[in-house]
Design a protein around this ligand. Structure first.
Ligand SMILES: [Zn+2]
Length: 444
């Protein structure tokens, strides 16, 4: 491959200079500069985030995006995002002069690990990709096996502040209202929910007591619990959030406490499978990997372990995901072992193979090798004339967004125009939300 050495050296450079989420200035610049010098139009600070970028090549009507990540953990690139960034850039470089009548976006998406003010930036970027008319997204993540398909849970983090009244624990306990009792009741109720949940679904409820008082001789007037609520389906996640919040309110009530409930990270969606796009990715990967590639059905039957904001993209634009094998099967992410693997020679060879796969998958997609109706999961006719997709924002409001295929000039169809106006209002509201003002330090 023409740019193999440059792709590897940029990946290793990012690995050697890890930057935490929302601070990835050097890493994003490395990728953006290289794409710009190869002929891409690069918008730095895409969507107002100074470590994001949008690099565009070509101007055709069929629009495809590949996603770059480049944020590290406090111990370094122990999630291997140096490989994701270099991969997306590499796919971009490989398609220069080859793309034909299509548009390719390489999208620099900050802070996947949930750190800093751009935490889970794809939550904001996802509806923007839809607005831009992108109809397919290819993504990767390193791991211990080659596979197409991602079984990722949705997750939302909540804070529950129980409000009671301080009092001396020995002299006048009757004057106190014990907020810690409420927090503990809530914690136990949350743990006991596991036995009552729908076993058709995958879910995880995990919680900590963030604040349980100041001293044992004081009845705690304040206590705080943080909970991560995870589930495999968007609607089931919403259902679970409602059930958990009900238990928190009940625990406050039986202890005579007040309660403040706040969502403290953007809602990460579960990964939505698109079979047709998976077929495209799988066929491209099979050519290079043969028997070392796991079947798509096996990939989706794995027990989900993690969450990623690529889930939010997959909910609104057809998305397919490739896991790149950089180490032994079962290698744990976020470990020192993974950190070493992400900078290894084996990983660099795998990266180049994955770039070739991405190159072929994008070309096969833009050349139309996709079975008819494949994208219809996401798009339904409005008034028999156009198509739309659904975005669900974190407040559970459904926002409908119109994409391509509609023409405002077609004023005869007032029903359609009315629908589109509503859609745009919803979209603007979603995009104008200032997440940076919230305490965001969620993790995936
Ligand atoms: Zn990761």
């Amino acid at each position: 491959m023409k740019n193999a050495e440059a792709i590897k050296s940029i990946s290793l450079d990012i690995h050697e200079h890890p930057e935490l989420g929302s601070q990835e200035r050097r890493s994003s610049k490395l990728l953006a500069d290289k794409l710009e010098s190869a002929g891409f139009d690069v918008e730095r600070g895409f969507m107002g985030m100074d470590t994001s970028f949008l690099a565009r090549y070509g101007n055709g009507s069929k629009k495809v995006a590949v996603l770059a990540e480049y944020d590290a953990l406090p111990i370094g690139h122990a999630c291997g995002h140096n490989i994701i960034g270099a991969w997306a850039m590499g796919v971009g470089l490989s398609l220069v002069n080859e793309l034909g009548d299509a548009t390719l976006y390489v999208v620099g998406t900050p802070a996947e690990e949930g750190l800093g003010k751009y935490a889970a930036s794809k939550v904001l970027i996802a509806p923007q990709l839809l607005k831009m008319g992108v109809s397919a997204v290819f993504a990767v993540h390193p791991g211990g096996e080659w596979m197409v398909g991602a079984n990722l849970l949705g997750v939302s983090r909540y804070s529950y502040v129980f409000k009671g009244r301080d009092a001396h624990a020995a002299a006048s306990p009757e004057k106190g209202i014990n907020a810690l009792d409420a927090a503990v009741d809530f914690y136990i109720a949350l743990r006991m929910m596991h036995g009552l949940l729908d076993r058709k679904h995958q879910f995880v409820l995990s919680a900590i007591i963030k604040d349980g008082g100041t001293a044992p001789n004081v009845i705690p007037g304040r206590a705080e619990v943080w909970a991560d609520i995870r589930a495999d389906e968007e609607s089931y996640l919403d259902d679970l959030i409602g059930k958990v919040n009900d238990r928190a309110r009940a625990a406050a009530a039986i202890n005579g406490c007040g309660i403040d409930i706040a969502q403290i990270t953007p809602k990460i969606s579960p990964f939505k499978r698109n079979e047709a796009l998976d077929d495209v990715y799988y066929a491209a990967a099979k050519k290079y990997l043969g028997d070392s590639l796991i079947s798509v059905s096996e990939a989706y039957s794995r027990i989900p372990e993690a969450s990623s904001d690529v889930g939010n993209v997959s909910q609104v634009v057809p998305t397919s995901h490739l896991t790149i094998k950089i180490g032994p099967k079962g290698i744990p992410a976020h470990s020192l072992e993974f950190l070493r693997a992400a900078g290894s020679q084996e990983a660099m060879e795998a990266l180049i193979t994955a770039v070739a796969i991405g190159h072929d998958a994008v070309l096969n997609f833009v050349r139309g090798q996709l079975r008819t109706g494949a994208l219809s999961v996401f798009r339904k006719p409005i008034c028999g004339k156009t198509w739309y997709s659904m975005v669900q924002d974190d407040n559970l409001e459904k926002v409908q967004i119109a994409v391509d295929r509609w023409r405002e000039k077609d004023g005869a169809n007032r029903c359609l125009n009315r629908r589109i106006r509503g859609v745009w209002r919803g979209l603007q509201k979603l995009l104008s939300r200032d997440w940076s003002k919230r305490g965001r330090n969620g993790g995936c």
